[in-house]
Design a protein around this ligand. Structure first.
Ligand code: SF4
Ligand code: FES
Length: 249
């Protein structure tokens, strides 16, 4: 396959950045998108250039690092896949592919396609955890019965990998799908109840502080989410936040 790649190059957060065009040949349908990027970087290095910086780690859809906006879609044309799970068979010989970083002011570009998603970490630090009693009288988690439907829903929410595709896709750069998944994975379980109100209040406050936009019910985030996180999580978070605001915590 011969491709024309238009790749976003940006020296740092303050640089204006631009799209640079590269011709690449020898790409096969079995290559993942990131393997294709590796081939591109080999070519750039052979030509004496500066390789394209992009984030990746697991390359199997788990870590959420491979953030790329491909032909105007977060994680490219596939549904339910991350960029590392996208294969080049999704493209045709002669295609032009435009590759850009996530674009949101809360995710400043570090370099080229790599963005700083530290804002997500700070939201988790604000309340995305369950405090554990380590006094020696800790109840075994398995001793608390959890209805199967709740356990399944909590598990589904917990599959969010924090990739940020929801933010990059949303016209308001809202992080509500991510934050609501992280709120819900605890709100649905008995272990999450003692800190439920404090958790949602602190996480939403931190989300606002980081400069993410608000949700206007477009639903684009859920369409592009590689893990199928459902919009009902946003409704649950809004209910919990309102409840906490009214009843105090
Ligand atoms: S909700 Fe989906 S798109 Fe957003 S961070 Fe989680 S996995 Fe990624
Ligand atoms: S590299 Fe880990 S999800 Fe893509």
């Amino acid at each position: 396959m011969n491709l024309t790649l238009k790749v976003w190059r940006q020296e740092g957060p303050k640089d204006k950045g631009n799209l640079q065009t590269h011709k690449l040949s020898g790409v096969t349908g079995d290559m993942s998108f990131l393997e294709m990027m590796d081939v591109l970087n080999d070519q750039i290095i052979r030509e004496g250039g500066d390789p394209v910086v992009f984030d990746h780690d697991c390359r199997e859809g788990i870590c959420g690092m491979c953030s790329m906006f491909i032909n105007g879609e977060a994680h490219g044309p596939g549904r339910g896949v991350t960029t590392c799970q996208l294969h080049m068979r999704s493209f045709k010989d002669g295609d032009t592919i435009t590759i850009e970083p996530w674009r949101a002011s809360a995710f400043p570009v570090v370099k080229d396609l790599a963005v700083d998603r530290g804002a997500f970490d700070r939201i988790i630090q604000a309340g995305g955890y369950v405090s554990v009693n380590t006094s020696g009288e800790t109840l075994d988690a398995n001793a608390i019965p959890v209805p199967k439907a709740d356990a399944d829903e909590a598990f589904n929410a917990a599959t969010c990998i924090g990739c940020g595709a929801c933010v990059a896709t949303c016209k308001n750069a809202s992080a509500m799908l991510f934050v609501s998944a992280k709120v819900s994975q605890f709100a649905l379980l008995p272990q999450g109840q003692p800190e439920r109100k404090r958790r949602v209040t602190r996480m939403v406050e931190q989300m606002d502080k980081e400069g993410f936009g608000n949700c206007t019910n477009t639903g684009a985030c859920a369409v592009e989410c590689p893990k199928g996180i459902d919009l009902t999580n946003i409704a649950r978070m809004n209910r919990d936040f309102l409840n906490a605001s009214v009843t105090g915590e």
